[in-house]
Design a protein around this ligand. Sequence first.
Ligand code: GCV
Length: 675
Amino acid sequence: MDKDYTKLWLDYSKRKDMGNGALFKTISVFDFSNPEGFPVIQNALEELTKGAAGMLGVIPLVLSGDRSAESAGVQFPKGTLSIRRMEDLGPETYHVIEHEGKLHLHAGDENGVLYGAFEILRRIAMEQPLTGMDVTKTPDCPFRMLNHWDNLDGSIERGYSGKSFFFENDEILVNDRTEQYARLIASVGINAVVINNVNVKNAASLLITDTYFAKVAELSGVFSRYGIKLYLSLNFASPMEIGGLNTVDPLEPQVIFWWESKMAEIFAKIPNLGGFLVKADSEGRPGPFTYDRTQADGANMLADIVKKYGARIIWRAFVYNCQQDWRDTKTDRACAGYNSFKPVDGTFRDNVILQVKNGPMDFQIREGVSSLLGGMEKTNEMLEVQIAQEYTGQQIDLCYLMPMFREILDFKTYCGKEKDTVADIISGRCFGNKNTGIAAVTNTGNDRNWTGNDLAAANLYGFGRLACDLSLSPEQIAREWIALTYGNDPVVMETILKMLLESREIYESYTSPLGVGWMVTPSVHYGPFVDGYEYSRWGCYHRADHAGIGIDRTKEGSDYVSQYHEPNTSLYNDIRTCPEELLLFFHHVPYTYRLKSGKTLIQHIYDSHFEGYERALGLQESWKSLKDRLPLEVYHRVEERLIRQVANAREWRDQVNTYFYRKSGIPDEKGREIY
Ligand code: GCV
């Protein structure tokens, strides 16, 4: 029966057989043959069988291999795919090689087999021959995580694709959709998932009680059969909220004792649990600062307790004062994370991972890279990005995020090590930290197509692929995703590719370019409201007046620039060398300032918004050209999103241009309509 969701890139429909069918007559499994003991292998086999049947029309015979027969020199016939463990390959690693008509999948462990299987299936789907294949791969990031901001009532904070498929009316759901989700994310190499919102409130505080243990354990079982560890977001104030204590001071013996017994209970009931994600001292969430303790005091207390269960504490660095007075022009939210964490670098336990948002503000369309990346040398770090497009179009507007992630990963921190990019840090290559990785606030919900906008699935796919292989280009990833999702029609491929690759730039140009960010409608964060946050307590200001705009983060301003290593500090500090796409992120600039293009800043603002709107129309035109090449239902779903995107772009164009025309009194050189 066709279930009520699309299969995204795992829809194994017929593909051109590049001789691959001949390699799939038999699948022989060595070393992992006991189905009870190796559930991940069972899923890998099922996937290979399903894929071969759907794409090649071959139903392979699955056999348990016999090592002794093999070592006695018995030859397996051509057409055999043999799967075996090779411990020297290491965790999560696979080697797939074709040799004389036989395919060998060697792996260090069960996850390695699963990822190898998906690599083979990806090739078949992309109509590439398996003959001659010889690929060895270890995922670049040890931790590849998705963070759900799902609440137990079924709502999703910043969710743009329907309700939660984990929770409904304070109940946990475990059903076919959960299984399909695990499968989907495992296919792109995800190995960790946090199921609940970092803002742990109401019923979510009870996830670590008997009320939910059985269901969380069941869910954790589904994920672990796909090589994925389940994590929970934790309420730091649990000892008060559910334990009846009157303090949560992390150094108080009664608090430590409470957590010790709580963790013993949790891990007895959910033995497979990977650990906890904690948002502390942030946006109203309780934390160690309340008791004059450091962030490390809070994280280490929990880390010491969960260590014996092999678990981790993922501690968020998103700590800032959200009660700022907008009149205070000295305080800069961008500085807050570094100021809280840099002094305690080197004091975190090994099983603590600091989760750092890519920029020092909050997932804007463009920000400087967080100074904590490169700033914290002796602390495990996990980069946090957001594929739920809170500030980047909310899965209505097209915004393929891989170009942004690529830039972040390639950012040179100049931290003094030979390998000093963000990619080096989160893969552990830079500082040699072991527990590193990348997490995305995810973009899935129970909408039929999972991600609201069909094209937003490219961000889910891309995130996983990039986490495994930090060297992939946005184009490579997009090509894979398009081929797997829409097939290999070259017109479809080139059209969607262009749309995806241009989309971030387009979104940026009609919203808040040059790194200024924000200007969104408060609270919902979709659509323009230039002064929406300007007089608020949230610390995200653009500081526009009649003469200029931008935030002075130079040495004369908030001095955020000094949190970087040289030469980045000087590069950003000097308006002449500051990369223009970040100009207003680092500088307060007069409207009459001339950019490298020769245009004044104000003219750039006008041009960017007029062009951005035109280019949004262009996206719509491109999609229209595919009408006869795609299933009508698919075509219409995206068409509907693009109509809304164009309306949004028009609103941004007119509100931003009008605002700055009225502020500056400087007309558009081209005399276009401004209100
Ligand atoms: C989960 C932003 C979002 C909040 C989110 C917060 C966070 O401020 O708007 O919804 O809360 O980031 O990352 O914790």
